[in-house]
Design a protein around this ligand. Structure first.
Ligand code: AMP
Length: 191
């Protein structure tokens, strides 16, 4: 089972991914978490991407695709994988599809969280106070929203065209309410 949790910055992907991971026994693979760990460890990749991330821009497709290619086989060894923050461009989606089809796999579902933009900005500014993430400044938030509309939204059409079920779920409300909607939309009973 390969699922994608999709949505704009601040839509609650990370929070919901943790719940989906537990309930559906999928391995959570967050490219943002992987990159933040590289930056924190000061690895060559971390040095390359630190400034790009702080500005709210997307890191190059080749770099992120290589990272996912390196991690996917281990993640796929279990019952399934939940991708969070990837793919973020149609080029990444095509690269993912090719990686999966080499193994005889495909994307089984996409859950797309939907939250009004004003609420997203409020949430991210609040997160800045709580977590101190470097890219939760007003300017970086604007850039991330811009990248989302310019490059990432098109990924949903890519999967719709391929016949992959894309479930739009309202991300407004408590984490439990949102998770209840995801559970109903994806239609998998918990393990
Ligand atoms: P996230 O935690 O998913 O919001 O990601 C934080 C930042 O990491 C993004 O703003 C990008 O700079 C970078 N990033 C994470 N995933 C990707 C991806 N799939 N493609 C390009 N950049 C990414």
């Amino acid at each position: 089972m390969i699922g994608i949790i999709f949505g704009p910055p601040g839509s609650g992907k990370g929070t919901q991914a943790a719940r989906i991971e537990d309930a559906f026994r999928l391995k959570h693979l967050s490219t943002g978490d992987i990159l933040r760990a590289e930056v924190a460890r000061g690895t060559p990749v971390g040095k390359e991407v630190g400034r790009i991330m702080a500005a709210g821009d997307l890191v190059p497709d080749e770099l992120i695709v290589d990272i996912v290619r390196g991690r996917l086989p281990e993640a796929e060894a279990g019952e399934g994988v939940l991708l969070d923050g990837f793919p973020r461009t149609v080029g990444q989606a095509q690269a993912l599809d090719n990686m999966l089809s080499d193994e005889g796999h495909k994307v089984d579902f996409v859950v797309a969280l939907d939250v009004p933009e004003a609420e997203l900005v409020d949430r991210l500014l609040h997160r800045a106070e709580v977590e101190g993430r470097e890219d939760d400044t007003r300017q970086a938030i604007e850039e991330r929203m811009h990248e989302y509309h310019k490059l990432t939204e098109a990924v949903l059409d890519h999967y719709r065209r391929k016949g992959v079920p894309v479930q739009l779920v309202s991300g407004v409300g408590s984490p439990d309410q949102v998770f209840g909607r995801i559970r109903r939309a994806v239609g998998i009973s918990s393990a």
